[in-house]
Write a protein that binds this ligand. Structure first.
Ligand code: SAH
Length: 460
């Protein structure tokens, strides 16, 4: 970070503004809005300032800046067209150790103004550290659209009832959850629809009936194939509610970082043949944490119910009487296929698709290979990288043509995604050369040939 965003209390503090042009007027409005005791120094003022004078009180001194003008100031802004004046202001501010901003001169700024979304007492400040004010403004307009004007009322309501809510909660977790109920639930909705009294009534009822949670909840969340944008809204919402997050290797660290800052995060491994935490231990941990009253997010790569052992985890929870929710995710087959431009089904080439495990046990795969002979079915192998040669060999032995197309999608949806295509006959050798890394998904069938045609238009 080049600049640390902080919120300054300026009420009744002496701030000096040198310059009285249009840009200076804009800065003055912010400062006066924050309650600063403002002195404006400039030989003359533009009409924008006259308008400001009708709304706010400030002092105007019709003269040029002179050394010593900052003697009582806690902050100064220079917005004159003269570099020499701006530099002199900067030097005096530095000597006095007060924050200084010179408009349009990043080298003469000890602080910069962010783009502001004002829903006071809630404010959002956006800064690109000077890299691109236009980008910051564009982000601001997106955030503005997300926050109705009445969000200010919600913030005011919270401020007003802070102490009551604090008093009703037992401990930190409970307090946070109570707040979440207020902010994410019907109470905030009532305020947003301008029904303040009904909101107060609802809050009174909530606090009256509030009991701290004795048992938590487990969210088994499909986090998708890697690209954080491929998570569902529900996955994100529950992840952000969790007190504890359990994740493994398939889950992108960027997704884990979307959990609350203060949530505990536990890595529970799962690299092939390096099961850092055994499955039954994970199941036990989920139960134990929920019994402590925690909300636990168990993040799974892709979909929890597609080769994700989600079934085993919830069986344990159900037996222990722990409430849980399962959130579906985009499974690797869907994601890899879309990003590689391989339709899993196609009217002319494949009428069905089959998800198959490629995980070998003792160097073998015990499938009924004769079930996999249909040319109009796409086969998708998960966990098949180690057993790739066996898969190609067994399919041919069972009767699939040696020139059946096969694709490997390596690290699908990540910036390192690679597509490797060949045939059942050529792929084992090709893999020796290009050495794909896990996770890699294998797709077999004539749809693979469409990739060359469709990839141009795909998302990968
Ligand atoms: N539950 C997961 C699958 C877990 S099994 C899901 O629904 O996607 C792990 C296997 O999934 C890996 O061996 C690999 O074959 C596949 N896989 C997961 N993420 C992948 C990705 N981003 N790219 C390619 N393959 C992936």
């Amino acid at each position: 970070m080049d600049f640390l965003p902080i919120n300054l209390r300026l009420r009744d503090q002496a701030v000096v503004l040198i310059g009285a042009g249009v840009i200076a007027a804009r800065k003055a409005r912010f400062l006066l809005g924050a309650g600063a005791k403002l002195t404006v120094i400039a030989p003359r003022q533009e009409s924008a300032f006259a308008a400001l004078g009708q709304e706010y009180d400030f002092r105007f001194e019709a003269r040029s800046y002179a050394s010593g003008d900052l003697a009582d100031a806690v902050m100064v802004i220079a917005a004159t067209p003269h570099r020499s004046v701006n530099e002199a202001v900067y030097r005096e501010a530095r000597e006095r150790g007060i924050p200084v901003n010179v408009v349009d001169s990043p080298d003469l700024c000890s602080f910069i103004f962010p783009a502001i979304v004002d829903r006071s007492p809630l404010t959002v400040a956006i800064s690109s550290s000077g890299a691109s004010p236009v980008l910051a403004r564009s982000v601001r307009s997106r955030i503005e659209a997300m926050l109705p004007a009445a969000t200010a009322e919600v913030a005011r309501f919270c401020r007003l009832h802070r102490d009551r809510i604090r008093a009703a909660a037992t401990g930190e977790d409970d307090r946070r959850r109570l707040w979440e109920q207020v902010i994410d639930g019907p109470i905030a909705q009532l305020i947003l629809s301008n029904r303040w009294q009904a909101a107060e009534q609802a809050l009174a009822e909530l606090l009256e009936s509030h009991k701290p949670a004795t048992v938590g909840e487990v969210y088994l969340i499909g986090a998708g194939p890697g690209d954080p944008e491929l998570m569902t809204f529900k996955a994100l919402r529950l992840l952000q509610r969790a007190d504890v997050v359990l994740h493994d290797r398939l889950v992108n660290p960027e997704i884990v970082a979307m959990a609350r800052r203060d949530a505990e995060k536990h890595y529970v491994g799962k690299r092939r043949s390096e099961h850092s935490v055994p499955q039954d231990k994970i199941n036990e941990t989920l139960v134990a944490l929920a019994r402590e009253g925690k909300f636990v997010a168990r993040l799974k790569g892709g979909d929890p119910f597609v080769f994700g052992r989600g079934g085993e985890e919830i069986e344990e929870l159900a037996q222990a009487g722990i409430p849980f929710q399962v959130v579906p995710g985009i499974t690797a087959a869907n994601a890899a296929a879309c990003y590689a431009g391989i339709p899993l089904t196609h009217r002319d080439y494949a009428q069905s698709v089959r998800f198959v495990t490629g995980h070998t046990k003792d160097g073998k795969l015990s499938h009924r290979w004769e079930d996999y002979l249909s040319e109009s079915e796409t086969l998708v192998f998960y966990m098949g990288l180690v057993g790739l040669a066996i898969i190609c060999e067994e399919l041919q032995r069972a009767g699939r043509a040696a020139d059946t197309p096969i694709a490997l999608v390596e690290r699908a949806t990540s910036p390192q995604q690679r597509l490797i295509t060949g045939t059942l006959a050529t792929m084992p050798q090709l893999v020796e050369q290009v050495k794909p890394q896990p996770p890699t998904l294998i797709i077999v069938g004539s749809v693979v040939d469409l990739a060359a045609r469709l990839r141009w238009y795909g998302s990968g």
